[in-house]
Structures are given as structure tokens and as C-alpha cells.
Ligand binder design. Structure first.
Ligand code: BMA
Length: 805
């Protein structure tokens, strides 16, 4: 018979002790305690307006999920496969314990053949994660991490214990599907397919594992008018030559060509009894670590070409990641695609994302760097942990290995850095802290089940020096900018690959006011402060404002705009600076793209998908063709990251603090494909000692304009916010004609101050010379919202000029 896989989702209930006594609730699979209680109205949704306080008790609550699975007739073997149990689970069927597990990142199966002919009572008991973790911490000693939460004693999503951008949402539940599987002649347990290109020839590694009497396996690779079929035996691991198949190319380098691979298990009669389909793209990935001077490159190369990574760090998109639908992934990934992102790092404190995520990246040609799930902690190297890590890696590599977008594996986030730099050595007192996972367990699993992709043991990482924070090679994380210095310091760094850096600022006004249930945002409000999880985050936001503005902003739209502006400036300068080191630096991966709840955080897109000013800054900085005024070098830098020459008129303007245009100059420029050029300011302006002028530099080349204040010191004086606005509503759209009567810097329309729903604005942080005008388009979700926005257009239009006057 053909293998039958039925999903088991019906009739689940959740029983647990609540503050109101022992209770039973309807439960969802996939699901979690939190989402079941949200559905039952017991707690609010922390992604919208629920509070941490109302759900604090859940982290210490044992829970039981149960359901009756209807009787099945028909012969063969029956198994229950659990794709994900979060986390300390004991599974019993009809009262008999069948499984104990403590790793949410892997799947487990149990045999239920002897009981499946009757109705089965399935019970999954979850031990409360927090008390158990604390107990282990007592028994094993403290394995340090910066959060003082024991997330490192078993394999559970680290950030659910709270992070510097996320709430504590320690939960339990059946977070991935359960399958009732029925089979007799044979079953495919594991199909691993990995595509590569060796010596110019596309190759496919096909590895199968299964059980039963059937042993013949057929494989069919097809698409784009090509097809290749062959047969092999179950349990084999072989590499097939796929000559003539097209290559998969990352964004900007050609088509992201994908082929489907169908692997079928055949019985003696040649009938298909089980099948698995995957999608692959043929490409070869390598890391360029060539020497230059006393340094080394760190460049991800696909098909032999360096892909300059215009990247973002990705965190779980929901505190309860089982809720993230394919549509939600698609919306977020298309949004980042629209700002020219070509690389995503899936960060190690989260999860191995669902296949939907990697499917989208495969299709769009976005390259993905996947961390194994270790973050900012020492991890106990117990025999049980070694087993868990090995099995988890085996499963993750098998599931994700087919995805063309996945180009690099990484041992984890900042664990080696933590050991070297965060004072762990004393408390660890010689105990092993996880390094063997990164240097042995994970590379061994990769060699066995992948064998095609580069791997680094962690990030940051140095390929030249012992110290992972060394700047002469590998990947770097740059955090002093946010913590202490302000963004000008980015311009003193020259990493080989900037894998983390970012600047924190408020999520959308609309998202945050809704979350705290107040009409205003006040930086001194303790309810608002609960949404800022960064260490001393509100102080650091305030420090940034002091560095940038001589006036004080502490609440209301002025504070909100100013704080978003500082984040946006930091994002723009950081990204453009790393891009301007085009030859020696091969990537900028901004921390962070998304948010999991209403937050004041490093995200550029907030949890409700509202675009922060930093999102627009990222869009400017990630354009294929970019202009950047370097503050340190006092140069104008032009980058052409396209295959076409860039030929246009370069217009430059030197503007005084009161908006007077001091000098203008123009010249024709031609930039070769994939090249950069720079001009000293003294070369392009006649005015001497530009550094002494309290004013602005404005440059435009074709469509692209950039503007930057010359001084770093806090701005004292700007001319008035003299703009004329003419607004017009057309359906759900508001068209605004903005006319500048003096020099206007960073004009931004903030419809979220009044609109009910998510609204997008065509352009933000606009600089206009005296007399110039621009048409800004605001897309609302309804005509009512558009009317509201139009009626308040003066009120919601901000600029540096308005802020300072
Ligand atoms: C890095 C990340 C995260 C953290 C971020 C902001 O260390 O790896 O752990 O959220 O910085 O502090």
C-alpha cells in the first residue's frame, strides 16, 4: 500500500493550573499555551496589546495537551510523527509513555501499530520550562549569558526567554504538525538532496533513508524543458551528473532557476508507495578568503562571483512562530526584496524557519546564511546535549539542504565572542562551554549530510586570528555605535564583512500607542519603556538625541520623529559606509529587519509591518547606485553595483545653515560597471575650508539625491519649516505636492500619527533646495483613512526644520 500521512489536528484540549484554578481550554495544533489562551480570551495578544505581566505565570505552568485520535482500520504499521514539540514533553498513548523529548527543533516518531485499531488517547504532557531550566542551572552550575535567563540548558528557542528586543514568552505546546502515518511495504524516512556545480557541471546529491521491504527508489529531476530520471536503492547516497541543467543565480546575477526533484519509493511491482518532492537550484557556493595586505577577504561567492551582501538579520517574526503564515513570510520577504536586499542571516537565537521562508528566498534569488541555534551563551557539553545537537543538525541539514538560497551555515551567534570577551571564563571554571559543538559536532554533521556549503563556527569570527572580534578578517559585529558613540563611528571601521550593526528607535506610533493603550508616546512612560528591551535602551535613545539636536525632545510626535530620525541616519551612514568599502568589505547585514512585537528596537520594519524612517534609509542606502558623503574622509563616494555603466550629470550644492545656497557645481561623471569613484570636497567645490561651515552638502546624480549635514555636533539652528502643502485624495491615495520655500532637510510625512491602518509613503527624509517641490504619494488602506490623513497633512508633516523651530 501507499504510505498515508494524515495530519492530526482535531479535538485537542489543553489543561493547566491557571491563577483562577485548574482549567481546560480548546487547543490548536500547531499551537502553544499562549495562543490557546489568547483564543480563549484569557490573556491578550502580546503581539498587539497584551502585556508580559498578565502572562508571566505561564512560564512556570505544567500543561497537558490531549486528544482522541479515531480508530483506524486497515493493516500495516501505524506511527505518530511529531514535527515539533515545544519542549519538555512526555507523550503517552492510552496511558503508556511512548516518548520523552526536550528539543523543540527536531521531529520524533513513535510506533502505535498495536493500538491504532481502537481510538487512541493521545496525551502530551509538558513540564513548565522555566522551573526545570532553573533546576538544571542549580544542578549543573551557571552557564553564563547576558540575559540571566536559563535558556541554554535544553534546546528551546532562546529568545522566548526574553531578548533585548523581545518579551519573555516562555511557552509550551505542539508547535508543528502531528502526522498519523500508515505503511506496510516501505516508507521514506529521510530524503536529502543537495545541489552543487562541480567543474562547471551541475550535480545533485541524493540520499535516502527508509524502512520496509521495498528498496527501489526512482528520482526525477525536471523543469524548464529538462528532465532526468534514474533509479537507485533505498539507503544509497549518490551524486548525479545533471549536465545541461541551467544554473541558479542570486539576485542581480541572472535567473534564479529552480527544478523539482521527485523521489519515490517503489515496491516489487514497480508501484509508487511513498514519495517526497523538493525543489533545487544548481549553483556552487564558495568563500573568498584571499589575502590582501595583512588582511583577508570574507566574500560569499556564488558560481564564482562575489555577491556583495546587502543584507539584513532576521529574527522570529512572532513570539509564537507557529503563527507565521506563508502570507506573512511572503509579505515581509517581498518588502525586503523591494529595498534591494539580497542576503538574509537567520539568527541563532530563533528557529530554523519554515520551508515557506526558504522557498521565497529560492524564488527571489536572496542568499541565506543560517545560524545553528546557539546564541550569546555558554552551553553545557553533556552527552545528552551532544546527542541532541547532532540529531537536530542532521534533521535541519536534511530539511534545508535542498534550498538553493541557503549558502552558508554558521555555528551560532556570539557564543565564542562571549567566552573570549564577556567574562565567562571565571564562572565557567574550566567547564566545557559549547566550543566542541561548533568545531566538531556541527561540521561533522555538515560533512555527512551537506558537503557543499561553507561553514563558520560562529559570528563574529576571524579567519586569521584567535580573537573573533579581530577586524582583519571574517565577520564583525559593531555595537559601540549604538551603545556609546553615535553613528559617525561606523566610518572608522573597515571590516571584511559587517554581519551585525544597527541602531535602535521606536516602532510605528500607531503600533506602539495601540500596544500601550494610550494616545501619546512619552519616553518617560513606564508602559512604553516595557517595549524597549535593550539594556539602558531609553537612555541610549536619549543620548542619541542629545548628540544630534541641541533642543530636548522627550515625548509626543517630536520625540518620536527625532528618535526615528537618528535611527534612520545611523542606518543610512552605516550601510553606505560599508558599501563604500566595496573592494575590501563584502557585506553589510543590518541588525535587524523585523520585530516580533510592538517595540522600540533596531528593526526597520515594525511588528505590524509599518515602515520606520530607517526602512526608507535602508532603501536609499541599498540602491544599486548610491551616493555617499563620507564624514570622516570628507569625500563624495559614488558606487555603481550594476553591470551597466553609470553616466550622468553630477550636481552639487553647498548650503548654509539658514538655507542659503553658498555654491553649486556640476560635472559629468561616468562610472564603469561594478565600480566606485570618489571626489574630495575640495575638488568639487571652490569654497575653501568646507569643514568649518555649519551647513549641508547635497549631491544628485540622475534620480538619486543625497544630503548630509557637514558637522557632527548637535544642530543648533535651522531655517524655518517653510513648506506649502497641497493635498488631494484619490480613492485610498493621498497625493501631496510639497513646495519648499527655503532649504528643507529630512522632510517626512508621518501618517501613522493619525491613520488607523498601515499606510505607506512613497518617499521620506526628503531634502529640498529653496523653491523645489516634490510629489509625495501616501497609500492608505481605505478612503476614510486617506481623508483623515489629508485633513491632518500639516500636522503630520515633519522636517528637521520643524523639529528645531
Ligand atoms: C547582537 C545580536 C542579538 C542582539 C543584538 C542587539 O548581539 O546577536 O543578540 O539582539 O545584538 O543587541
Amino acid at each position: 500500500m501507499k504510505v498515508v500521512r494524515r495530519s492530526v489536528t482535531e479535538g485537542f484540549s489543553l489543561a493547566l493550573d491557571t491563577p483562577q484554578g485548574h482549567k481546560t481550554f480548546p487547543a490548536s495544533v500547531p499551537g502553544s499555551i499562549h495562543t490557546d489562551l489568547i483564543a480563549s480570551g484569557v490573556i491578550g495578544d502580546i503581539r498587539i496589546n497584551g502585556t508580559e505581566a498578565e502572562q508571566e505565570w505561564i512560564r512556570s505552568a505544567d500543561s497537558v495537551y490531549s486528544a482522541q485520535i479515531p480508530a483506524r482500520s486497515g493493516g500495516g504499521k501505524y506511527e505518530l510523527k511529531f514535527d515539533g514539540l515545544d519542549t519538555l514533553a512526555t507523550v503517552s498513548v492510552n496511558g503508556a509513555v511512548k516518548l520523552q523529548s526536550e528539543n523543540m527543533h527536531r521531529a520524533y516518531s513513535i510506533d502505535v501499530t498495536d493500538v491504532a485499531s481502537g481510538a487512541m488517547d493521545l496525551k502530551v504532557e509538558f513540564k513548565a520550562p522555566l522551573p526545570e531550566a532553573l533546576k538544571r542551572q542549580d544542578e549543573m552550575g551557571k552557564y553564563p549569558n547576558p540575559y540571566d535567563m536559563p535558556y541554554n540548558y535544553f534546546r528551546k528557542m532562546a529568545c522566548s526567554f526574553g531578548w533585548d528586543w523581545g518579551p519573555i514568552t516562555v511557552t509550551s505546546g505542539i508547535w508543528k504538525p502531528i502526522w498519523l502515518m500508515q505503511w506496510d511495504e516501505g516508507i521514506l524516512d529521510e530524503v536529502g538532496v543537495v545541489a552543487d556545480v562541480v567543474g562547471g557541471v551541475p550535480q545533485l546529491r541524493v540520499r535516502t533513508v527508509g524502512r520496509g521491504s521495498a528498496t527501489a527508489v526512482s528520482v526525477r529531476i525536471s523543469g524548464h524543458g529538462k528532465e532526468k530520471s534514474f533509479t537507485t536503492t533505498l539507503g544509497s547516497d549518490e551524486v548525479i551528473n545533471c549536465e545541461g541543467f541551467e544554473l541558479w543565480h542570486p539576485r542581480g546575477f541572472g535567473e534564479a532557476t529552480l527544478y523539482s526533484v521527485e523521489v519515490a519509493l517503489l515496491n516489487a511491482a514497480g508501484e509508487v508507495i511513498d514519495e517526497v518532492s523538493k525543489r533545487v537550484g544548481f549553483r556552487h557556493v564558495s568563500l573568498d578568503q584571499s589575502n590582501f595586505g595583512d588582511r583577508q577577504m570574507f566574500a560569499i561567492c556564488v558560481n564564482g562571483k562575489r555577491v556583495w551582501a546587502k543584507g539584513v538579520n532576521w529574527i522570529p517574526d512572532d513570539p509564537f512562530p507557529h503563527r507565521v503564515s506563508k502570507e506573512q513570510y511572503a509579505q515581509k520577504i517581498h518588502d525586503l526584496y523591494s529595498v534591494e536586499v539580497n542576503a538574509i542571516r537567520v539568527w541563532g537565537g530563533g528557529i530554523y524557519e519554515s520551508d515557506d521562508f526558504y522557498d521565497l528566498c529560492d524564488e527571489l534569488g536572496i542568499i541565506v546564511w543560517q545560524d545553528f541555534l546557539f546564541a550569546c551563551a555558554a552551553y553545557p557539553e553533556t552527552p545528552a546535549m551532544f546527542e541532541e545537537v547532532a540529531d537536530e543538525a542532521h534533521q535541519a541539514i536534511t530539511r534545508l539542504g535542498s534550498h538553493a538560497s541557503l549558502v552558508m551555515w554558521c555555528g551560532g551567534n556570539e557564543c565564542i565572542e562571549g567566552f573570549q570577551h564577556w567574562g565567562w571564563q571565571e564562572p565557567l571554571a574550566g567547564k566545557a562551554w559549547g566550543l566542541n559543538f561548533y568545531l566538531d559536532t556541527l561540521p561533522t554533521a555538515l560533512a555527512a549530510f551537506d558537503g557543499s556549503r561553507p561553514y563558520i563556527p560562529g559570528s563574529p569570527f576571524s579567519t586569521l586570528k584567535e580573537d573573533v572580534k579581530d577586524f582583519s578578517s571574517g565577520t564583525n559585529h559593531i555595537w559601540d555605535v549604538w551603545n556609546d558613540t553615535g553613528y559617525q563611528r561606523y566610518e572608522e571601521y573597515s571590516p571584511s564583512f559587517s554581519a551585525e550593526f544597527g541602531y535602535n528607535g521606536p516602532g510605528s506610533w500607531r503600533t506602539l500607542t495601540k500596544a500601550i493603550g494610550k494616545a501619546n508616546l512619552d519616553s518617560a512612560d513606564s508602559d512604553l519603556a516595557t517595549h524597549q528591551k535593550a539594556f539602558f535602551g531609553m537612555d541610549k535613545v536619549a543620548n542619541g538625541l542629545v548628540r544630534e539636536f541641541s533642543k530636548q525632545f522627550t515625548q509626543g510626535p517630536a520625540w518620536y520623529f527625532a528618535a526615528q530620525l537618528v535611527q534612520a541616519r545611523a542606518v543610512e551612514v552605516g550601510l553606505k559606509h560599508f558599501r563604500s568599502q566595496y573592494e575590501t568589505c563584502s557585506g553589510s547585514v543590518l541588525w535587524q529587519y523585523n520585530d516580533m512585537w510592538p517595540a522600540i528596537s533596531w528593526a526597520v520594519l515594525d511588528s505590524a509591518s509599518s515602515r520606520k524612517l530607517s526602512w526608507y534609509a535602508m532603501r536609499e542606502a541599498y540602491r544599486p547606485q548610491v551616493l555617499h558623503f563620507s564624514g570622516v574622509e570628507r569625500k563624495l563616494i559614488l558606487i555603481n553595483d550594476t553591470d551597466a555603466p553609470w553616466h550622468d550629470m553630477l550636481n552639487l550644492h553647498l548650503v548654509g545653515k539658514n538655507g542659503e545656497v553658498i555654491e553649486q557645481s556640476s560635472r559629468e561623471v561616468v562610472l564603469a560597471p561594478r565600480s566606485q569613484a570618489s571626489y574630495e570636497l575640495g575638488e568639487v567645490f571652490k569654497t575653501s575650508d568646507i569643514a568649518a561651515i555649519d551647513g549641508y552638502l547635497v549631491a544628485e546624480l540622475g534620480e538619486i539625491r543625497t544630503a548630509r549635514r557637514i558637522w557632527d555636533a548637535a544642530v543648533q539652528e535651522v531655517c524655518g519649516h517653510n513648506v506649502a502643502l497641497v493635498e488631494r485624495v484619490e480613492g485610498k491615495q493621498v497625493q501631496v505636492l510639497v513646495q519648499a520655500e527655503c532649504f528643507i532637510h529630512e522632510l517626512s510625512i508621518l501618517p501613522e500619527l493619525v491613520a488607523a491602518d498601515r499606510v505607506t509613503v512613497s518617499v521620506e527624509r526628503v531634502t529640498l533646495l529653496p523653491g523645489e517641490s516634490i510629489n509625495v504619494v501616501i497609500d492608505c488602506s481605505s478612503n476614510e483613512d486617506a481623508q483623515l490623513v489629508a485633513a491632518k497633512i500639516e500636522e503630520i508633516t515633519w522636517s528637521l526644520n520643524r523639529l528645531m523651530n
